[in-house]
Each structure stands twice: as C-alpha cells, then as structure tokens.
Write a protein that binds this ligand. Structure first.
Ligand code: ZN
Length: 399
C-alpha cells in the first residue's frame, strides 16, 4: 500500500501534476509546479525511491531524442473504475496512468436494487484482479459512477429517480467489506466531466459536459475542478423549464428540458410522427418492432427523413434554450455533449449550437466552442478511475 500520509506537500503536488500531465521531463515537471530545480530533484528522487514514479524511457522524436519522461509508476498499485448505467455495468482495473488493464461490461437491471447489482460488481472485481494477478491489497482507490444524484461527502444517493431502493444503500460500506482502499461515489455526469478533464490534460479550466440519455445532466468544471455545489446537486439542469406549455415531467412540473428532449421524449415524438403518417420509414419500423428508440430516429434523420429531422431540430432547439441560460450564467469556454442521444448525429449538434448562439449574450459566446464528447472506449471507467486516484491523493489515502 502507498503510505500517502508520509508524502510531503511538495511530493504530493508533483504526483498530482504528473497524473494530470500524463508524462513530463524533469525540467517540465519542475517548471509546471514552479519549484526550483533542486527542490524538484529532491522530491523526484524521493518519489522514485518509494516506487511511486518511474522513467518511462527516452522518447524518440523527429528533432532528435527527447529527454526521459517521468510518469506514475505501474508498480504503485491499481485503480478500480466502476460505471453503473441505467441498463449496464462496467468494471475495470487501471494502472495509475489510466492504462486499462482489464475491462468487463455487461447488461444490468439497476431497478432490481443495489444488493444484486453490487453482488455482481464484487464478483466481477474479484475475477478481474485474479485475471491480472493483482492482490486486493494493491488496490489504491475505487471510483464509482452512478446514474443519480449523490451527496458526495457521504457517497450516498439522494432520491435517485432511476434507482428506486438505492437511497439507503452504502456503496462505500459494501465495497469496504472487501477492500481497504478508499471508495468514492459520484454521479455519472461528474464522472464524465472528470474523464474529459483528464483526457484534455487539465488544459481547460471552465467548461461543461452535458449528458443526454434517459435524463439530461450537466457536469461543471470550474477553475479546473468539479463544482458540486453546497449539497452535490450542481449541474442538475434537466428540470430547467424550456416551455411552460410543455408536457408534464416525472418531477411534477411542466416543460422541463428532460421531458422534452431526452431519450424517452425523442422516442415518443418519433412514434407520434410515425402514427401521424409523417414518416413512412418510421411507421414501417414501428410496425416491425412495436416501439421506436432514439437510435431509430437518428438513423432516419441521417438518411434524410424530413419528419425525423424536424424532431431532431426541435429537441436540439430545446437543449439549446436551456444551455443559453446556463452559458449566460457560467460563461464556459467549451461545452461537450455526450450520452446516448449524442449518437443521433451532426444535425442535433447544429441545432443546439444555433439555439445557444441565438439566445446567449455576445460576450459569453465570443469564444464558446460546442462539440460532442469524442467517443472513447472505456470513457466511463476511466472517469471513475480518475475520480478514485484524484480523491485518494487529495484525501491522503482515506475516503
Ligand atoms: Zn422535471
């Protein structure tokens, strides 16, 4: 086990910097944290001596040989990244530099309750550790993303609409029965924002990640860290009203953006268009399958179906209407859009952009960039593992 308590503030600063940067030469590392060369060298020697960082070898480049890069040592231990979705679960082991060592994904029914789901997670984790030949004591930290609101300090879910029966279940205690490593739980959108932040090497300080799936949520990176608010509910944008005359939302209010533009709303509009005879293509699919999904609508839209395109534009317009308010308030440099509905295609993104730019103040949008989250394999478990390592370092090894 890493004895985090015995690290000096300077050593911990260097470790964190290396984690976010991915790999730096000694000179770059000292410069990036504003340490003198001698102070940096002393701390680096101590970290290498403890087996926490290592030379990753000389990097060849066209301009000759680059100096050796330092990185977090694989010998330090492993991180566990767990990603619980509404219909799936992913369990992965990662090295401290976020190399995926083992990743297993399977369908799951979270409505069955937390006991069977986490029984399965524990089985999968044991199997993954055995496959990689890693002893449970070598787990440095465990990160868990869940599709519902989380009180971050306690790691408990609070009134999760998609996860009935999970509220009084302690994920931290459940995994703590088997592992000494600290366990950190956060909502899936914050985890996605952290993963994006790490992938961008911490270069962007103020940005938003919007997830459009069964619901709509927003991860907020403010001054380079996840902003969770007073109670952990920051970024809960799904219930911002975009049309007072709109349909009733499961929260009891009318016209929430989630009730008008998330996956179920898009599927409902697609079925209505099919039944109204607006799209022979969607009608044909509906007759064959009995229902339509956002994937069906995306396929029809990309094939040029006019009714499908109108639905995509309408949903994009509503998301943009919500985002315009958020942009005026927060002034992000970038907005990244992810989640299952983001697979619908370029027309959705164009509709969101158009709606945001039309409604936001010129100063907030002067440099605003809106794009899809790049589709990266293992993004969910990487985000959870980033959460695990970052919080373990900050907390000095205790949850
Ligand atoms: Zn609502």
């Amino acid at each position: 086990m890493v004895d985090w308590q015995r690290l000096s503030v300077g050593e911990r600063t260097l470790l964190e910097r290396l984690f976010w940067a991915g790999g730096l030469s000694r000179g770059e590392l000292a410069q990036s944290v504003d340490f003198s060369k001698s102070k940096a060298n002393l701390a680096i020697a101590s970290l290498i001596g403890r087996g926490l960082i290592e030379d990753s070898g000389t990097q060849p480049s066209s301009g000759g040989r680059r100096p050796e890069l330092l990185r977090l040592s694989h010998g330090m231990g492993v991180l566990v990244g767990i990603d619980i979705g509404a219909t799936s679960l992913d369990v992965a082991l990662l090295a401290p530099d976020m190399t995926v060592l083992d990743h297993h994904a399977e369908p799951a029914d979270v409505r069955a309750g937390p006991v069977p789901v986490f029984g399965r997670v524990r089985d999968l984790l044991r199997a993954a550790l055995a496959r990689c030949g890693v002893a449970p004591e070598r787990v440095l930290g465990i990160g868990v993303g869940v599709p519902g609101p989380v009180a971050f300090d306690s790691g408990m879910l609070v009134n999760p609409p998609l996860l009935p029966g999970w509220e009084s279940f302690s994920i931290r205690d459940c995994l703590g029965e088997e592992y000494r490593a600290p366990v950190f739980v956060d909502n899936d959108v914050n985890v996605m924002a952290l993963g994006t932040h790490w992938r961008l090497r911490g270069r962007l300080q103020n940005f938003l990640v919007i997830k459009i799936g069964t619901g709509i949520g927003c991860g907020v990176i403010c001054h380079g860290t996840v902003y969770r608010g007073a109670d952990g509910s920051a970024g809960d944008v799904g219930h911002i009203c975009v049309d007072p005359q709109g349909p009733l939302c499961h929260c009891g209010n009318a016209g929430c953006v989630e009730a008008m533009a998330a996956g179920p709303a898009i599927a409902r509009m697609a079925e209505a268009a099919a039944l109204a005879g607006d799209s022979p293509r969607l009608k044909d699919l509906l007759d064959r399958n009995g229902s339509l999904s956002p994937v069906d609508l995306g396929n029809a839209s990309r094939a040029g179906d006019a009714a499908a395109n109108a639905i995509v534009q309408q949903a994009g317009g509503q998301v943009g209407r919500m985002l315009a308010a958020v942009v005026n308030f927060f002034n992000p440099s970038h907005i990244f859009i992810g989640g299952g509905v983001a697979n619908i295609g370029p027309l959705l993104l164009a509709s969101i952009r158009q709606s945001v730019y039309r409604r936001s103040l010129a100063l907030s949008t002067r440099h605003l960039d809106i794009q899809y989250v790049p589709q990266v394999d293992s993004a969910g478990v990487i985000g959870s593992a980033v959460l695990a390592l970052q919080e373990t370092m900050l907390a000095g090894g205790r949850a």
